[in-house]
Design a protein around this ligand. Structure first.
Ligand code: AAL
Length: 398
């Protein structure tokens, strides 16, 4: 499954993708100062080694240090959330993108507060959760600085049976469209973790609720908006991690599927597709090139220049990469990095502006799983990540 980051990491030494002036300050030796010049002096038209050829062609970096889609990540613990001393009864996970409205930042996330820790599929009942995202509601919090958060309470409660999501609603993401707000989320109508479904790869489509204000009240559509593919198609029984963005006057909802397949290491094979609609309630048309990504458990996407960038964190042959699709569907690897944020939601100012000159991201929230050696007895905390995937901070001329 996903990577285990069992502690809150406060990694202060990780420099983000540093700007030229910072390199001069932080690296004082002559050889390091000379490094960019050495790269500059390689003529891309002469015979090149494979590594140098890819740095010019595949990564489209005129100089190695100019790759704007390369960053390390720094993590900081948040203020404002209580976890019952980590006894596993309270969880907060899978944060949405962050939006800035009414002078503050808003985030939505999966919230569980149950009498026990998750006990596994065989021991779950109406009050005992099977897995960390079972018996959850969607809650939200606000902040003025992104570090200290004020929990506001429930946004989307589980609907009554038999509406989609009556067992659990989780893993939400936000869309702002024509001055209204839409939350898309996983709608479970059975406990997760059934062994014959491959453990976490639960049968679950996407539902949606809408509101006039980010503070709600939210009205559930009470129907599935992105449904499974046909029998034996790659997304025939899982539509997870819905991730809406606006492009070309339309709504692009990226989503994960394909999870019933496992690789040689028993890791999920996760693919990502995109479903496109002209209005938030659909109908959503799946792109004929789906799946458009061959890896990534809880992938983060954000508009970048005229295209879309993706942080592909865990699972799959291309995990730990940052990718770019100029046309929003044909993704290429832009860089390989490490300690990427898990299940993150960035503050992505251009997520809904439909610009062809999008800036990137510099921070967001991600989650940290505290599972020890037992995936059934876990809880998850939210934390903050900072990075340098923004053109404005990367390019001194802007
Ligand atoms: C996550 C997401 C989905 C899965 C589970 C809860 O982090 O990929 O939401 O169903 O794990």
């Amino acid at each position: 499954m996903r990577s285990i980051l069992s502690l809150f990491l406060i990694i202060t030494v990780f420099a983000c993708n540093s700007k030229p002036e910072e390199q001069t300050q932080s690296t004082s030796t002559n050889s390091q100062d000379a490094f960019p010049l050495f790269i500059d002096n390689i003529d891309p038209n002469r015979k090149l080694s494979s590594a140098m050829e890819r740095s010019f062609k595949q990564y489209e970096a005129p100089r190695l240090l100019d790759n704007e889609l390369y960053s390390n990540f720094r993590y900081t613990e948040l203020e404002g959330f209580d976890y019952n001393n980590g006894d596993g009864t309270i969880t907060r996970r899978d944060p949405s993108k962050i939006i800035f409205e009414n002078g503050k930042y808003y985030v939505w996330y999966t919230y569980r507060n149950t009498p026990t820790k998750p006990m596994g599929y065989s021991k779950c009942n109406d009050t005992i959760p099977s897995v960390d995202w079972d018996l959850c509601d969607i809650w939200y919090a606000t902040s003025t600085d992104g570090f200290t958060w004020e929990e506001q309470g429930v946004a989307i409660p589980k609907p009554d049976k038999p509406n989609p999501g009556w067992r659990s609603v989780s893993t939400t993401d936000i869309l702002k469209w024509k001055d209204k707000y839409y939350l898309y989320y996983q709608a479970f109508s059975a406990p997760s973790g059934k062994p014959s479904n491959g453990g976490g790869s639960d049968v679950c489509p996407v539902a949606m609720s809408y509101a006039d204000s980010p503070d709600g009240p939210w009205t559930p559509l009470n129907k599935v908006v992105i449904d499974f593919g046909k029998e034996n198609e790659w997304d025939h029984r899982v539509i997870h991690d819905p991730y809406p963005l606006v492009h070309d006057g339309k709504i692009y909802v990226y989503y994960k599927s394909g999870m019933d397949k496992r690789d040689a290491n028993r890791k999920h094979w996760d693919g990502w597709g995109v479903a496109i609609a002209e209005s938030p309630e659909g109908p959503y048309k799946k792109h004929p090139l789906n799946p458009v990504m061959n890896s990534g458990h809880e992938t983060i996407l954000f508009p970048y220049k005229e295209g879309v960038a993706a942080i592909v964190t865990t699972d799959g042959i291309e995990h730990y990469t940052i990718q770019y699709a100029k046309d929003w569907v044909n993704f290429e690897i832009a860089s390989v990095s490490k300690l990427l944020p898990v299940a993150a939601g960035p503050f992505s100012p251009d997520a809904f502006t439909d610009t062809d000159d999008a800036d990137g991201i510099t921070w967001g929230l991600s989650h940290f799983i505290n599972a020890g050696n037992n995936w059934n007895k876990m809880y998850t905390k939210l934390g903050r990540f900072d990075c340098d995937l923004s053109r404005k901070t990367n390019d001194p001329s802007m």
